[in-house]
Design a protein around this ligand. Structure first.
Ligand code: FES
Ligand code: FE
Length: 438
């Protein structure tokens, strides 16, 4: 891999002008760019795998994807979470074909090779037919070298030398804590995983959750109206309410109004919280900011909505398609009826048929649908809102901008372009054998 025979890389410098706020649309449509993203973004970034509450006992497993690579996430006998490429070492069959479950062994349905929870090849039918030097130890599952947890969120990384998850998150941890740390017992996911497909490039969704509050009043106008018993909706309040947007050098982003009245959640959930205790626990700024109605993205493809209790991953399925996988997140110590209120609120707003979710998906699909045209695709996109507004405000950690700004979008694409133009771990030359270095 990575030799002169490897795939040709595209220099994306001319396609992303992060300072000037101009983006070339080919980054959403070009199959060559997409393939390079698999190599240089998804093969080296921390990618969300699952929530820790999905694994209660050894053998519990969940199958998902890292980029387009299928992986099995499971709890081994020592209760360690491990992840493996979901492809049999024999002839490459998808090893585990269930979405989730519990097992002692993963047995391939093609010829019957069986692997244990530590990924070791245990049984080979008719093993005596193999040569004498056939060594089962050489044929264990390919393991994801790094798996790490941040407050219940499990991430994996194919780069064994990647910077630690917590460092990569950096100041983003503060904005995640507004969702993950409301309850001393932490969070859990309830129900299953909701999965649906959208026509559109994965970045359209990831970037929107990182940076785009601008669309809320226009795209969601009718949804905001029906959310309000008076028919007027909370629209006026949102427009009038100031807010902040966090941008990270590692491409993460979060946007939120900065007033506790901007919290639009299920009544039972609202009444459940002891806001004084939350102020004590997380600070006034968190309660008045990221704990209100906001949205965020952990680069590259994990997004969340704290008030709606929605965590989701935008699985790339080719340049033109996203598979959304969404979980309902609740605080562990919530009484059952409050969890249920959170569940229903989640479904009503950001479930697959949620009144907000449908609006967003339609935007991305329509952008993608028209971007196939040759002339259309040569016209740059504008990300200039709030240029120069980025600063440290002394209230919110890291660099922030105004709520209505493209600042986190520009930093998302700046980081994207950096990674796209930098060789990844699998492209680095193998270290010279000892004694041969210059
Ligand atoms: Fe899995 Fe043959 S492909 S046992
Ligand atoms: Fe939206």
């Amino acid at each position: 891999r990575g030799s002169e025979h490897g795939p040709k890389n595209i220099d994306v410098s001319a396609l992303v002008d992060a300072e000037g706020g101009l983006i070339d649309r080919s980054i959403y449509t070009d199959p060559g760019i997409y393939d390079q993203e698999m190599r240089r973004i998804f093969a080296r970034s921390w990618l969300f795998l699952a929530h820790a509450s999905q694994f209660k006992k050894p053998g519990d497993f969940f199958t998902t994807f890292m980029g387009q690579d299928p992986v099995i996430v499971t709890m081994d006998k020592t209760k360690t979470i491990r992840a493996y490429l979901n492809s049999c070492r024999h002839r490459g069959m998808r090893l585990c074909r269930a979405d989730a479950g519990a097992t002692k062994m993963f047995t391939c349905t093609y010829h019957g090779w069986s692997f244990d929870l530590a990924g070791a090849l245990q049984t080979v039918p008719n093993e005596k037919a193999y040569p004498e030097d056939f060594d089962k130890k050489q044929w264990g599952l390919i393991e994801v070298p790094r798996v790490a947890e941040y407050k219940g969120l499990l991430f994996g990384n194919w780069d064994k030398d990647a910077e630690d998850l917590e460092e990569t998150l950096g100041d983003m941890r503060y904005y995640l804590d507004a969702m993950l740390d409301r309850d001393p017992e932490g969070t859990e996911v309830i129900g299953g995983v909701m999965k649906w497909e959208l026509e559109g490039n994965w970045k359209l969704a990831a970037e929107q959750f990182a940076t785009d509050w601008y669309h809320v009043n226009m795209s969601h106008a009718s949804a905001l109206m029906v959310m309000s018993p008076t028919g007027k909706g909370p629209k006026a309040e949102i427009v009038a309410t100031p807010g902040r947007q966090f941008l990270s050098p590692n491409g993460h982003g979060a946007g939120f109004p900065t007033h506790p009245k901007s919290r639009f959640d299920a009544q039972a959930v609202h009444e459940h919280y002891d806001y004084d205790a939350l102020r004590e626990r997380l600070g006034d700024a968190a309660v008045e900011g990221p704990m209100t109605t906001g949205h965020a993205t952990v680069f590259p493809s994990f997004s969340y909505l704290p008030v709606n209790g929605s965590i989701r991953i935008w699985h790339p399925k080719g340049p033109n398609k996203i598979e959304v996988w969404a979980w309902i997140l609740v605080d562990k110590s919530m009484p059952e009826d409050v969890k249920d209120a959170q569940r229903l609120y989640n479904l009503r707003t950001f479930g697959p048929s949620g009144i907000f979710e449908a609006d967003d998906g339609e935007n991305w699909s329509e952008i993608q649908a028209v971007s196939g045209g040759f002339v259309t695709n040569s016209v740059p996109l504008n990300f200039q809102m709030g240029i120069g507004s980025e600063r440290e405000d002394g209230v919110y950690p890291g660099q922030t901008s105004e709520l209505y700004s493209d600042a986190a979008g520009r930093s998302f694409y700046r980081h994207w372009a950096e990674l796209m133009n930098t060789p990844a771990w699998h492209e680095r030359p193998a270290p010279a054998p000892a004694g041969e270095s210059a």
